[in-house]
Ligand binder design. Structure first.
Ligand SMILES: [Fe+2]
Length: 279
């Protein structure tokens, strides 16, 4: 096995491994270390990766997570484990039947609107278009370290309300109070292994900072979002069929670029469960 950095921002590529096969303890330990250090791992060419093999890979990092969205039979196939979710634009009888089928999606943190968000998220590319639908990953530890002094003081001493409505991809779709889920979270969390601090806010879901008036809130959040999305903190992943990617869902943000809705895009998701966020 060989592990190489993908960018200065974050991310590493793991080569020379077939995850359909069980791995030795030393290999698992090397993968865990690389994940703690690089926050995103890309494992290419995992042909016909079985759901059980993706689950086993996730369990290198902790217990398998549950979906946060309510049980919804349209997502469930009898031969798939209950924890699976598909990010997919496939249709049945002309209608989308899976999650987040279309278009660009703003930077976000999965499940930050519940008390214990996933520790990590994995996606396996079953079919992806040749162009578009890239995933951008941002390093929130690097973003925290580079904060201007006034913003660092603000996030160190405040909490923020995170809000989401399922299937929203843009901030202006999130507001519907009857359908939204929300949770107040710290604005700074610590990596569970390295103890590095990470800036825990994102453009899609972080709604307001506790104790600030509306204009101050708006201005501070805009500065934080623009800061953490700066290109020097971001790695852009161009998907290939058979990629398995896992990202640290506490210390990174991710976003999706637009793609042709007429092209098949079908990815299988499992998460690693997270405990209470460490501050
Ligand atoms: Fe996501």
């Amino acid at each position: 096995m060989d592990i190489r950095k993908l960018s200065d921002a974050l991310g590493a590529e793991v080569r020379g491994i077939d995850l359909n096969e069980p791995q030795e303890a030393a290999t698992v330990e090397a993968i865990r270390r690389a994940f703690a250090e690089n926050l995103v791992l890309v494992v290419r060419d995992q042909r016909d990766l079985q759901p059980e093999a993706q689950v086993r890979f996730c369990e290198f990092f902790g217990p398998l997570g549950k979906r946060s969205r309510p049980a919804d039979t349209r997502h469930e196939k009898s031969d798939e484990p209950a924890e699976v979710m598909f990010v997919s634009n496939r249709r049945e009888n002309g209608r989308y039947v899976y999650t987040l089928p279309e278009g660009e999606m703003m930077f976000h943190i999965d499940q930050c609107y519940v008390e214990t968000p996933a520790r990590a998220t994995s996606l396996y590319a079953i079919t992806v278009p040749e162009e578009g639908g890239d995933t951008l990953f941002g390093n929130l530890c690097a973003a925290y370290d580079a904060l201007p002094v006034d913003l660092r003081a603000l996030v160190d001493s405040h909490r923020a309300l995170n809000v989401f409505t399922y299937d929203s991809t843009q901030r202006d779709q999130v507001g519907n109070p009857s359908k939204r889920r929300e949770h107040v979270q710290p604005m700074v969390v610590r990596h569970p292994v390295t103890s590095r601090k990470a800036l825990y806010v994102n453009r899609l879901m972080t709604w307001s900072i506790e104790g600030l008036d509306a204009p101050t809130n708006e201005q501070a959040l805009a500065r934080l979002f623009d800061h953490e999305e700066r290109p020097e903190f971001v790695y852009r992943h161009k998907w290939r069929k058979d990629d398995l990617v896992i990202w640290d869902n506490q210390c990174t943000i991710h976003a999706r670029t637009d793609f042709d809705p007429g092209k098949d895009r079908h990815l299988r998701r499992f998460t690693v469960a997270g405990g209470p966020l460490r501050t």
